[in-house]
Design a protein around this ligand. Structure first.
Ligand code: MN3
Length: 241
């Protein structure tokens, strides 16, 4: 369901109540409970980090977080605006020679913007575990939290080159699913809504963990905010049912 259809459908009241919780995640959401990635003019914007840069120490050091948020996520956000501008220029001037290039770039940069925006809210300064409906679904779809964790860890650690390990909700099958995403946009299943994303690009760990990606992925499980993933699951089900 797109935003317009969703607003028309009259289920907005249900979604709005989700926003009543006063947390950093809710503050960054639009009224249809999707992460707010654009301003009123449709330009891509980066939300502020939902915590201080040293909040995730020692597992994620503040220098890495600063560089990652400011230059990697920030750079992708700016580049996505350029890509979109170039596409509109090409359409407006009927000069489509390079439009496929910018379309490909937009897929890459916007996917980066989306995943990074989710990633920051997926982290907290304490270890949590899944509860409630999320845990029930993990039990049903993977045979328990430890099994999902082992699967997600293995998938994340073994991404070829740069990419992401992702736990998502697949509305077409009403199941949780794990993706091994390369770069920011490859190897998805159409429709999957990310609930938990693990950035295994070298920029997310190299200052502190050097070449030891595996140590970084293991360490991340000390700061995963499963409550955020649970909220995302609730929203995804409400939006797609
Ligand atoms: Mn990154």
């Amino acid at each position: 369901m797109n935003r317009k259809d969703f607003l028309k459908s009259g289920t907005l009241a249900g979604a709005a109540t989700l926003l009543s919780s006063n947390n950093a995640f809710a503050q960054n959401l639009t009224d249809n409970s999707i992460d707010k990635l654009v301003d009123a003019n449709g330009n891509f914007i980066q939300q502020p980090l939902p915590y201080a840069e040293n909040y995730l120490e020692p597992y994620m050091d503040s220098e890495t977080l600063h560089l990652h948020y400011t230059f990697h996520h920030g750079g992708a956000t700016k580049a996505a605006n350029t890509d979109l501008k170039k596409i509109h220029e090409a359409i407006d001037t009927n000069n489509l020679e390079t439009v496929d290039y910018w379309t490909k770039k937009l897929s890459y940069h916007l996917s980066s913007h989306i995943l990074h925006s989710i990633f920051w809210t997926n982290l907290a300064n304490k270890a949590t575990t899944p509860k409630g409906d999320l845990l029930k679904r993990i039990d049903n779809d993977f045979g328990g939290y430890e099994k999902l964790k082992a699967y997600l860890v293995q998938t994340s650690k073994n991404v070829d080159g740069n990419g992401w390990g992702i736990l998502g909700y697949q509305p077409y099958t009403d199941k949780l699913t794990v993706l091994q995403c390369e770069n920011h946009e490859k190897l998805t299943q159409w429709g999957v809504i990310p609930l938990l994303v693990i950035d295994v690009w070298e920029h997310s760990y190299y200052l502190k963990y050097k070449n030891k990606r595996g140590d970084f992925v293991d360490a991340l499980f000390n700061i995963i905010n499963w409550d955020n993933s649970a909220q995302r699951l609730d929203d995804a089900i409400k939006l797609t049912k």
